[in-house]
Design a protein around this ligand. Structure first.
Ligand SMILES: NC(=O)c1ccc[n+]([C@@H]2O[C@H](COP(=O)([O-])OP(=O)(O)OC[C@H]3O[C@@H](n4cnc5c(N)ncnc54)[C@H](O)[C@@H]3O)[C@@H](O)[C@H]2O)c1
Ligand SMILES: [Zn+2]
Ligand SMILES: [Zn+2]
Length: 383
């Protein structure tokens, strides 16, 4: 696929196949890829330095077609899942397992590491909504898919499963906690489901898309409420927690969070802030004093109007990061293989790669009860 400008995704049949550029590269022939809520920030033109001609896609599996002379762990023919972080494996951040914060893969950015298919802000690496991808540092993150694992579960391990897990983990959830998750997209759904794994006894999901709320009840066993039905979601959450507040609030929305006129005006209308931060406002205001707010939603550029006064006065701990996929893989592979979670339940649409522009349109407008669309390249249907 080829980005032509905001809301314009084209199929590109003439793109040359990527080549090995460095001894640590591999070329992977994509077998499955997914479109992510993060891709919508790109699609809507909200991420700085998203260049025309880029191929998106940071969630993919593929078969190794070629390796550079320095690659030792992978061999041609391996079927791998490729975490969305491009990580060198040797810098001080990677050494601390902060693979989302690699210092080498995106040296010109001060805030983020490298990501596949995520603008030049993310290092300018072409992504996996394609037939072939160049995968740098091939020995570091790509992981051979266990033979018994369903390919759809494997591709979800490249982002959404670890990201949802990390959202819950960052929340420091204790036994008996009430956890509120803002956003019933794939990431929020996973975070809500994993909140139980950490000992929550009440999990509440807030969104405004009814079919997603229904999905949260089924998939994440959560109470789910539509914020459009409430006058004030913060008051609602206070009342339902005996005016105590939630122990942990998770922002799985990021910028664009519909809901507040003021936020819409300053974010989308006047462009005074990097997207509206409604869900983050609600999270800060409805968590208990001394509680934890976990931010997993993405906020484009680094500035935004947030209620920092409440953060301080309530003694709130904020924990946030890009997911560190490689760190979490062994634990999550075990959860899937032992049947404690079957992530592929969230895949609602299986779409040929050739129809990628329709897939984006459908996902962006939340048509046809879409939750997570999977793209299948033409030569991978049989796999
Ligand atoms: N930190 C990471 O590593 C990481 C990785 C993947 C995705 N993300 C981010 O996580 C966020 C969610 O991703 P997704 O794939 O689930 O996206 P998505 O767009 O499918 O889901 C977001 C959901 O939030 C809902 N929403 C909008 N405004 C809201 C509000 N004010 N309150 C409650 N809900 C609201 C939408 O209706 C939607 O259902 C995105 O910002 C994405 O960029 C972060
Ligand atoms: Zn993603
Ligand atoms: Zn690194």
């Amino acid at each position: 696929m080829n980005f032509r400008g905001p809301r314009q995704i084209r199929l590109d049949r003439n793109r040359p196949e990527p080549e090995i550029k460095h001894p640590y590269d591999a070329i992977v022939r994509v077998t499955r890829s997914l479109i992510c809520g993060s891709d919508l920030h790109l699609y809507h033109g909200r991420v700085p330095d998203t260049r025309v001609g880029m191929t998106f896609g940071h969630e993919f599996t593929g078969i190794v077609e070629a390796i550079g002379s320095g690659v030792q762990k992978l061999k041609v023919g391996d079927h791998v899942l490729v975490p969305f972080n491009v990580a060198c494996g040797t810098c001080p951040h990677c050494k601390q397992e902060l693979y989302g914060n690699c210092n080498e893969s995106n040296p010109e950015a001060t805030a983020v590491g490298g990501f596949f298919g995520y603008a030049h802000t993310g290092g300018g690496y072409d992504g996996g909504q394609a037939e072939y991808v160049r995968v740098p540092y091939a020995d570091v993150s790509p992981t051979v898919i266990p033979p018994e694992m369903d390919l759809e579960n494997a591709v979800l391990l490249t982002d959404v499963v670890p990201t949802g897990y990390q959202a819950a983990e960052q929340g420091g959830i204790q036994k008996g906690d009430t956890v509120v998750v803002f956003g019933a997209g794939p990431v929020g759904l996973m975070a809500a489901r994993f909140a139980w794994f950490f000992g929550a006894t009440r999990v509440i999901v807030i969104d405004h898309v009814e079919y997603r709320l229904e999905f949260a009840r089924q998939f994440a066993f959560a109470e789910a409420y539509n914020f459009r039905d409430m006058k004030d979601p913060v008051l609602f959450l206070k009342k339902t927690t005996d005016y105590f507040g939630a122990d942990v609030c998770i922002d799985a929305v990021g910028c664009d969070g519909t809901g507040s006129f003021l936020q819409d005006l300053t974010g989308k209308g006047l462009l005074l802030q990097a997207g509206d931060a409604t869900a983050l406002h609600w999270a800060i205001n409805s968590v208990k004093k001394g509680g934890i707010v976990s931010i997993i939603g993405v906020y484009g550029p680094p500035w935004n109007l947030v209620p920092v006064g409440s953060l301080m006065n309530k003694g709130i701990t904020v924990r946030a990061n890009q997911a560190s996929v490689k760190r979490l893989l062994p634990k999550l592979i075990d959860h899937i293989m032992s049947g404690r979670i079957n992530p592929k339940e969230i895949i609602t649409h299986r779409i040929p790669l050739e129809e990628v522009s329709d897939a984006y349109r459908m996902f962006s407008s939340k048509l046809d009860h879409i939750i997570k669309p999977l793209l299948i390249p033409p030569r991978a249907h049989a796999i």
